[in-house]
Design a protein around this ligand. Structure first.
Ligand SMILES: NC(=O)c1ccc[n+]([C@@H]2O[C@H](COP(=O)([O-])OP(=O)(O)OC[C@H]3O[C@@H](n4cnc5c(N)ncnc54)[C@H](OP(=O)(O)O)[C@@H]3O)[C@@H](O)[C@H]2O)c1
Ligand SMILES: [Zn+2]
Length: 396
């Protein structure tokens, strides 16, 4: 596998392209540059595509091991505020694994809310995937955003698609490991011309989730920032922290194996917690801000917190299945450490982040794979082989 220029001809972004796709990945130049068409399906006939929706469905907890089945599913009932999107790309997020294995089953339920329902068991069959890019094929008459058939749109977890989501009309949401998706048009995002679809897709969740806490907590000149967990979110956090011109960007991983990648991504320093016995003492009290993307509660949390200087801030964005380790608070009180958490971002924040990514020429490290190979890709993700985001591509 080699670092190559994306096969998307519109892109300025380098991606790692899986060999099986090099000749087949579609160019979006035509979609980007094509004249916007009228609202085809909303004029003349109802254009209902509902019977054509098919996706890779998880049927039980074992589906996470690579046992998704390709089946028809019923999309949400059409409302004139909706758009239908023909999915071209969908990123594979760590959250998809939690959902497929019903990992958040023991999280204490809060009041029932529409759209998102992280807590409790996964309701199967479920179609995950919430880093979606595709071509608009139908636009409702009541969509306020200026969206036309043929536009290249993104859908992120901002509509909580694929997290056991229920739309206000009572219908279950389905995700992007599919041929089509139907979502409220005003919750979608127009993808800027300077980004390829394969680069933009993972920015819709991994990118924005890394970007918001960095910018909210002042990552920039004068700040030393640590990123824990160099996976999908973590590699974006390193890229963005570098682009925000932090004084020092420290990549903190378990093993040495990602060191050279992390330095190429823009880290100044690499710490391998499982391979460097003295790391917790050697780097104690050295960072102003830590973003933890770690997806498991099996983490040395108190040692991580000790890396912070006085008044430092720790932000956990990884969402482990199990509770975090207990805190040793004396040192945290003494140094006035803040601990927080962060969700994704608003539509406006996503749009700003995409513009920032174009301006700063952010180059995510992506491996594009065929959507139909999703089961193989799931297994590889479960084994931690991603470098650093898989993006599934529909071939037709
Ligand atoms: N806050 C939000 O709104 C939000 C949004 C998206 C995702 N998430 C959550 O963020 C987490 C990371 O997502 P991702 O897509 O970046 O996943 P990912 O690509 O799998 O990365 C997770 C990283 O966690 C580290 N890790 C530490 N201990 C681990 C363990 N025991 N098993 C596996 N990984 C371990 C690994 O980094 P090293 O190998 O470098 O140690 C791994 O690369 C997930 O829990 C996901 O649900 C939260
Ligand atoms: Zn996600």
């Amino acid at each position: 596998m080699t670092l190559s220029t994306s096969p998307d001809t519109t892109t300025t972004t380098d991606v790692i392209s899986h060999p099986s796709l090099e000749s087949s990945e579609k160019s979006f130049a035509s979609i980007d540059e094509r004249q916007r068409k009228p609202k085809a399906f909303s004029e003349g006939h109802d254009g209902d595509l509902s019977s054509q929706f098919k996706g890779w469905m998880g049927l039980d907890e074992k589906s996470v091991d690579g046992a998704l089945e390709f089946q028809s599913f019923q999309p949400k009932k059409w409302e004139e505020t909706d758009v239908d999107i023909k999915i071209t790309h969908c990123g594979l997020c760590g959250s998809d694994l939690h959902v497929l294995r019903s990992g958040w089953v023991d999280q204490t339920p809060i009041l029932p809310r529409i759209f998102d329902k992280f807590q409790g068991p996964t309701e199967y069959p479920c179609c995950v995937g919430h880093e979606i890019v595709g071509e608009v094929v139908r636009v409702g008459t009541k969509v306020k955003k200026d969206i036309k058939v043929g536009d290249r749109l993104g859908v992120g977890p901002v509509v909580y698609i694929s997290y056991n989501g229920i739309f206000p009309n009572g219908c279950k949401s389905n995700g992007g490991f599919a041929n089509y998706c139907r979502v409220p048009g005003d919750s979608t995002i127009l993808i800027p011309h300077g980004l390829s679809s394969s680069a933009a897709a993972p920015m819709l969740c991994a990118g924005i989730t890394a970007f918001v806490p960095l910018s909210e907590h002042g990552a920039g000149p004068g700040k030393r920032v640590g990123i824990i967990g160099i996976g999908g979110l973590g590699h974006f956090a390193v890229l963005f922290a570098r682009a925000l011109k932090c004084d020092q960007v420290v990549a903190i991983s378990r093993r040495q194996s990602k060191k050279s990648d992390a330095l190429k991504l823009g880290a100044d320093l690499y710490v391998a917690t499982a391979d460097e016995p003295d790391w917790a003492v050697k780097y104690a009290h050295s960072l102003d801000l830590i973003i933890s993307t770690v997806s498991s509660s099996d983490m040395p949390l108190n040692d991580y917190l000790n890396l912070l200087r006085t008044k430092g801030r720790f932000c956990q964005i990884g969402m482990p299945d199990d509770p975090l380790p207990p805190l040793e608070v004396a040192g945290l009180i003494e140094r006035g450490i803040s601990i927080g958490f962060n969700d994704i971002g608003t539509i406006k924040e996503v749009e700003e982040m995409l513009q920032f990514a174009v301006k700063e020429d952010i180059k995510p490290w992506i491996e594009t794979r065929r959507m139909k190979d999703v089961n193989e890709v799931l297994k590889e993700m479960g084994e931690g082989k991603m470098r650093y985001r898989y993006v599934l591509v529909n071939e037709d």
